[in-house]
Design a protein around this ligand. Structure first.
Ligand code: F6R
Ligand code: MG
Ligand code: MG
Length: 364
């Protein structure tokens, strides 16, 4: 059976500030989606949140980029925004950039990761969601999952993985894409995805049978709106087991809290901390950035789950390391490499400062 898995997220108002989602917004989304499930428009859904992002996980048979499904998500966010406005939640409707839906949520504010799959006899999937970070934050973990044999034992010892994986990389500035086959082209691949602010891994495919293995969201709101409009907290779907890495191989890259863009005002580097969903409530300096992972087994499109994959003591040391790194970076205050380089910051007062002091620069 062909099933489409769509993960669509938006920040439609924070509680308190940008730290979490109010239960009333999740409730409102569940009500909207329950109607769509009853109508048979979707097979199943799960609503959750990561920090100030409301997450809709949907299964259906309409394929990716489907107008009906995108409209359903848009309407769900619009209805939720009304609730957010009533409660005067912070930044109500923040990510709904367009005044009206125009056929697809891409480029309109929400983040989207989707894949259409032939559901296997048993189909374990992992959904990753992050807050206080940006598109491209999955590059390093995806590389480790699908290319690094020190992470993924199966690349060496499982015949179904031994052929390697194909990466689809997007240049989000020039709007171009390219494919790289690993392991042979891993050095070429790294040349690009090592700059995650520009090159992002959109999809990964198993070379064994061409099946899609991973899909991520790559929208960057600031490139869409041309100014700061909130962060592009990304989502990702990864299929697991058999011709794909095992659940534990997919989670393993998150043992180390990689330094990523985001955190306070989307203008700082910080460690990505793997947490249980209930701990995805960034508070210290609006962070540190969080990643959660919900696992499901698909059963004819039904979402059997979720299992909260980072709600396990084996991630305690990763969290501790993230806190230590956060301490160290915080001590740098307004200095790089804690603060992002001038041209990468989401917030800047540079133009105003430059204007104010423009007559005072003297030739060296
Ligand atoms: C970062 C984020 C927060 C806000 C910060 C200032 O992604 O959401 O760190 O940037 O709290 O928010 P405003 O400008 O809304 O007061
Ligand atoms: Mg927010
Ligand atoms: Mg957010």
């Amino acid at each position: 059976m062909k099933v489409t898995l769509s993960v669509i997220k938006a920040d439609i108002g924070g509680w308190v500030g940008h730290s979490a989602i109010h239960p009333a917004l999740e409730e409102s989304a569940r009500e909207s989606l329950a109607v769509a499930k009853q109508n048979g428009q979707i097979i199943d859904f799960c609503v959750t949140s990561c920090g100030d992002d409301l997450q809709l996980i949907l299964t259906h048979t309409l394929g990716v980029d489907n107008e009906q499904i995108h409209r359903l998500a848009w309407d769900t966010f619009t209805t939720g925004t009304e609730v957010a406005k009533r409660l005067k939640l912070y930044g109500a409707g923040q990510d709904l950039l367009a005044d009206a839906f125009s056929g697809n949520v891409k480029g309109q504010g929400p983040g989207v990761a989707e894949m259409e799959i032939e559901e296997r006899t048993s189909e374990p999937v992992l959904i990753f969601m992050a807050d206080k970070t940006s598109a491209g934050s999955w590059n390093l973990p995806l590389f480790k999952m699908f290319v690094d044999p020190f992470n993924t034992a199966g690349l060496i010892i499982a015949p179904s993985l031994h052929q390697g994986f194909r990466f689809e990389v997007h240049d989000i500035r020039e709007h171009k894409k390219i494919f790289f086959d690993t392991p042979e082209e891993m050095y070429d691949l790294l040349m690009f995805i090592g700059t995650p602010s520009r090159f992002t891994v959109k999809h990964v495919f198993a070379r064994h049978d061409g099946a899609i293995a991973a899909a991520s969201s790559t929208e960057r709101l600031s490139l869409i709106a041309g100014k700061y409009v909130g962060k592009d907290d990304p989502v990702m779907i990864v299929r697991s087991q058999h011709q794909f890495p095992a659940v534990g191989e997919i989670l393993e890259p998150f043992r180390y809290p990689w330094i990523i863009e985001g955190w306070m005002r989307g203008s700082h580097y910080g460690p990505l901390m793997p947490v249980a969903q209930k701990q995805a409530t960034p508070s210290r300096f609006d962070g540190p950035p969080r990643v959660i992972c919900l696992g499901f087994q698909l059963a004819d499109g039904k979402l059997i789950g979720p299992r909260d994959m980072f709600d396990d003591p084996s991630w305690d040391e990763a969290r501790r390391d993230a806190n230590l790194l956060a301490d160290h970076l915080r001590r740098h205050g307004p200095f790089e490499p804690h603060r992002l380089p001038l041209e990468e910051m989401e917030y800047t007062s540079l133009p105003q400062i430059m204007e104010k002091i423009k007559g005072r620069w003297e030739k060296l």
